[in-house]
Write a protein that binds this ligand. Sequence first.
Ligand SMILES: C=C1C[C@]23C[C@@]1(O)CC[C@H]2[C@@]12CCC[C@@](C)(C(=O)O1)[C@H]2[C@@H]3C(=O)O
Ligand SMILES: O=C(O)CCC(=O)C(=O)O
Ligand SMILES: [Fe+2]
Length: 347
Amino acid sequence: MSDVSKIHSLNIPTNKNLDSFQQQLPDASDTVPVIDLSHPDAPKLMNNAFQTWGVFQLVNHGIPVSLLNSIQSFIQDLFDLPTSQKLKIVRSRESIAGFGLVPLSQVYPKRPWGEGFTLIGNPVDHLQKLWPEDCKKYCDLAEEYLKEMKNLCGKVMWLTLGELGITPEDINWAGSDGEFKTSNQALRMNSYPVCPEPDESIGLPPHSDSSVLTVLYQTTKGLQVLIEGKGWVTVEPVKDALVVQVGDMLHILTNGLYSPSVHQAVVNQTHDRMSTAFFFGTPKNTEVSPLKKLVTPTRPLMYPTVTWADYLSKKYELFEETLPSIRLSAPPPGLSNVNDQNQVKVG
Ligand SMILES: C=C1C[C@]23C[C@@]1(O)CC[C@H]2[C@@]12CCC[C@@](C)(C(=O)O1)[C@H]2[C@@H]3C(=O)O
Ligand SMILES: O=C(O)CCC(=O)C(=O)O
Ligand SMILES: [Fe+2]
């Protein structure tokens, strides 16, 4: 077997075939791709969508619809709690966990409109404070949701990265079984009531998530993504679909090949809205570097080695300047992402 065919049989991209992975077809459509996970072309379509859009909507994802409905009722119950109860678990200066505004809302010029609750670590620790007598049903539900979301993220990771020739041996924090047992996770539930002045207000300001992947569930419109050449595009809710977005860590891991999804939540005068975002992240203190197979002469190393913990603390100071601030080389021409072109300014 020649060296070239050996490499091909290992499914490792050479510089030549990596370039072909990067050849993005111009996407004339104005809507975020909707991909059926059960379709044989799903890996190719997801890989393409991550490169061009940084986001897609996933249907036939295997998450039971009953679980999605239950999580909606959970959010309703959560935000219906009396303020005295919510105050027991308010975000502190040191941590983002609990009820409260995200740091970005404090520096963004529009009025923050809505409430959020962030769950980090063991759900029982938080939820017991909110429902001391009735915690089990909420804790079981949160645990089930986290488990299902994590499995889905693992699946999406291997299907998409597999298209680039990446295998479990390439990602040390995936573990020998490739199940990402040590990954980090967080859940944020958002509630945006009807807003009398939507133009002066914002549900969540423009940002990319620091995660590897974010899986968002929404039933009412309000999520918008910033796409180069298109501007803000509304992610129209599709029944039972999940919105899968590239986070900063996956952008770094793929050496800039996948575009981080810059998004915002807008509010409106007629409908209230709820959303649940699951953040799938790397282990807190594990060093993450761009995958060697995705560093080539035409795509030189774009980012240094980072840990999620360090990256997050930087992000709370620099917000959307964080990625450009650590970048080692410019994105190759034609592959620049919206972060560089259409810088989202805060403050
Ligand atoms: C896993 C996480 C990502 C996040 C910080 C967090 O620890 C939990 C909340 C997440 C969130 C949600 C709203 C926007 C954001 C920028 C924020 O301030 O809190 C993200 C964080 C992030 O992705 O950087
Ligand atoms: O509510 C939404 O649609 C967006 C939520 C979000 O971006 C987040 O929680 O990070
Ligand atoms: Fe987000």
